[in-house]
Design a protein around this ligand. Sequence first.
Ligand code: FES
Length: 108
Amino acid sequence: MEKVCEISDIPKGTMKGFTVKDKQILVANVDGNFYAMGAICSHMHGYLPSGTLERNIVICPVHRAQFDVTSGKVSKNVSGAMRLIIGGAKDMQTYKISMKENQIYVDL
Ligand code: FES
């Protein structure tokens, strides 16, 4: 388990990006529950922490693919035309979170 940040660093309804052991991850706070997944969009490398978090859905800032941060699954892919030309987003890797003494840890 690798230490990521303090619980208070990520208020409810927000997400933040971190580099932990050379991996770029994002941690999101959905109604007081924390979830971690990769920070780099599986479509064309958009930086997901710069996107939007709507409840449990992370929206990529580049082409607006949507991912469920609780599962890493694509909940809405890029447009059909774009998928045809350059391919679509794929499910993201998620990481197990644990908390101890106000700190968030992730299992990479
Ligand atoms: S880079 Fe994220 S949707 Fe295209």
